[in-house]
Design a protein around this ligand. Structure first.
Ligand SMILES: CC(C)(COP(=O)(O)OP(=O)(O)OC[C@H]1O[C@@H](n2cnc3c(N)ncnc32)[C@H](O)[C@@H]1OP(=O)(O)O)[C@@H](O)C(=O)NCCC(=O)NCCS
Length: 159
């Protein structure tokens, strides 16, 4: 597996995945609406195919993981992509790397905690805001769990 920066050649495939999975390019996290198609990121390549991608957003000395997916589960793709973003965040003197995931995504909630992220907050009912900013969102998510809250995770970075 190779981890390389997202570039003009591979951006389209990643944007298409985010469109299909999360109704991109516009993404809402914690009430902020932004365009994922202009964010920097990395892709994981296996046999010259994209097998995962991560997008991040640096603002106010903090680095948000805005999107992450792996097409080859349990082979270290997600871990390698997060580590690439942590390295960038450290180089850019970020104080923390953070992300949100929705309450239905129990696999991601498990994965992030095992990786070393700490639960920072549960934003109760925040999906209401997402619904106001984005149309046509389903009522229920993974495993039929009602989509209601965002879980915020963080890793604090040493200066
Ligand atoms: C969450 C997600 C990104 C994880 O990606 P992944 O590529 O499966 O992650 P990894 O392979 O690095 O780690 C997953 C597990 O495999 C293990 N693993 C890593 N390399 C391994 C290997 N070579 N062999 C066996 N297991 C391995 C990890 O230790 C980890 O185990 P754990 O969960 O028990 O700690 C992926 O499941 C995904 O894309 N989900 C759908 C999209 C999504 O939910 N994104 C997050 C939205 S916020």
């Amino acid at each position: 597996m190779n981890i390389i920066s997202l570039n003009d050649e591979n951006r389209n495939e990643v944007d298409q995945f985010i469109k299909n999975e999360w109704g991109g390019p516009m993404i809402v996290t914690l009430g902020n609406l932004y365009d994922s198609s202009v964010l920097p990121g990395f892709i994981a390549l296996g046999n010259e195919q994209i097998i995962g991608a991560i997008l991040y957003r640096i603002a106010d000395n903090e680095c948000e993981i805005a999107a992450l997916y792996s097409l080859v589960q349990n082979r270290g793709v997600g871990t390698a992509l997060i580590n690439a973003v942590i390295e960038i965040a450290k180089k850019q003197s970020c104080e923390r790397v953070w992300l949100v995931t929705t309450n239905d995504n129990t696999h991601a909630i498990r994965f992030y905690q095992k990786f070393g992220f700490a639960l920072k907050a549960v934003h109760i009912g925040s999906f209401e805001i997402i619904r106001r900013l984005k149309n046509e969102l389903p009522t229920n998510g993974i495993d039929g769990i009602p989509l209601e809250h965002e879980f915020e995770f963080e890793i604090m970075l040493k200066p």
